[in-house]
Design a protein around this ligand. Structure first.
Ligand SMILES: Nc1ncnc2c1ncn2[C@@H]1O[C@H](COP(=O)(O)OP(=O)(O)OP(=O)(O)O)[C@@H](O)[C@H]1O
Ligand SMILES: [Mg+2]
Length: 360
């Protein structure tokens, strides 16, 4: 695919520079209740062609993080601090108009709710070709052909017929494929997929994720795959960032995360992976307790009030990101899973609980 004629900047990134570098990003919402720290100091990098899985419970900041990077924040949401370098450009300094030139052409997003991200009163064909023509300097006929090919590439049967239909005429799975086709229309280097399969049944879910993986390989595209379900990213992400209360609390290459997780929160998320008897798109929130209030978060570790390993230190001192033993592994915990300190903490709490009869 050709580069869009209207692309605002040519890549100034060196070959070794990651496609995306996020540094200490903080996004706040001003609300009548006070300032909501929805993203509270997030840093990560993502290389071309790679997949970062972003996992966390509902409200942990996954969507706000991706919308902050895309420059698509709702009203009252502002980036207060931090830097987002994308392909050599500091994008937090771009005007909304400059940012719009990036959307679709350089970075794109499959939104959390496929029903609302497609325009219900516009035919599918028009939605795809408008996106193509907005960024690529091509005529209508060519845009139509490209649109048809895209639908074919996301394995939509009879694409020429589908182009003439409205979103409500398609099944949920087909609609999500159309969203993927729209997101891929201009060959972005980076795709945010925000819970791309949550509304779909398990079989269709796997098909849609496989399809994204195929498109990624063909296009050498980087993906940020957002989900509340660690099971979804298990075999699909190169690296996983676990979010809690607007922060990354653990980050590691995928195999390291599963073999050597250090955060009790990650462990709790893993044990809440939907079982066969529950459909995998049900929103499970099996970790006891509630996520913290982001206006007045607790003083120490934000997960401490819900943590089975909790010790007095956790309630007072906020743990920084600490390096794990394996490269690329970082976590925030004073009493990590699988360490002697962690095992002692857990044993102490279990003994206390036995004494108090579980009333603690
Ligand atoms: N427009 C807004 N105004 C105020 N607070 C907001 C707004 N949008 C999001 N938030 C808050 O920001 C925090 C992070 O929300 P976000 O939507 O990013 O969570 P999420 O991890 O994507 O959750 P989910 O899994 O439910 O999609 C939440 O506490 C949420 O209440
Ligand atoms: Mg979300």
């Amino acid at each position: 695919m050709t580069q869009p004629a209207s692309a605002p900047t040519v890549s100034t990134a060196g070959p070794s520079e990651p496609l995306l570098q996020v540094e200490d990003l903080r996004t706040h919402f001003e609300t009548p209740r006070g300032i909501v720290r929805a993203v509270d100091g997030v840093s990560f990098t993502l290389a071309r062609g790679k997949t970062l899985g972003v996992v966390g419970e509902s409200g942990s900041g996954k969507t706000v993080l991706s919308r902050s990077i895309m420059g698509l924040l709702p009203k009252r949401g502002t980036i207060r601090e931090g830097s987002v370098r994308f392909d050599g450009t500091e994008i937090t300094e771009l005007s909304p108009k400059e940012m719009r030139d990036f959307w679709g052409a350089r970075m794109s997003m499959i939104f959390q709710d496929p029903m609302t991200s497609l325009n219900p009163v516009m035919k599918i064909g028009k939605q795809i070709t408008e996106s193509i023509r907005q960024h690529l300097d091509v005529d209508k006929k060519y845009a139509n052909e490209l649109g048809e090919n895209l639908l074919r590439s996301v394995r939509i049967p009879e694409p020429e017929q589908r182009l003439k239909e409205y979103p409500h005429q398609l099944s949920g799975g087909m609609r999500q494929r159309v969203c993927i086709a729209v997101a891929l229309a201009c060959g972005p280097a980076l795709l945010f997929a925000d819970e791309p399969t949550t509304a779909l049944d398990v079989t269709v879910q796997a098909q849609v994720l496989d399809l994204m993986a195929t498109q990624q390989r063909e296009r050498f595209m980087a993906i940020v795959l957002i989900t509340h379900d660690l099971g979804v990213v298990a075999g699909r992400a190169d690296e996983i960032a676990v979010m809690y209360a607007g922060r990354i609390v653990e980050k590691a290459p995928t195999s390291v995360l599963f073999s050597d997780m250090k955060m009790p929160y990650t462990e709790a998320l893993l044990s809440s992976i939907p079982k066969i008897e529950h459909p995998s798109h049900t929103r499970l929130n099996t970790i006891p307790g509630r996520p913290p209030n982001l206006v007045t978060p607790p003083q120490g570790c934000k997960f401490a009030p819900r943590c089975t390993y909790v010790q007095p230190r956790c309630l007072e001192e906020d743990p920084p990101l600490m390096p794990g033993t394996q490269p690329g592994h970082e976590y925030r915990c004073w009493f990590p899973v699988g360490t002697p300190e962690g095992a002692e903490a857990l044993a102490r709490n279990r003994a206390d609980q036995a004494v108090t009869g579980g009333a603690a």
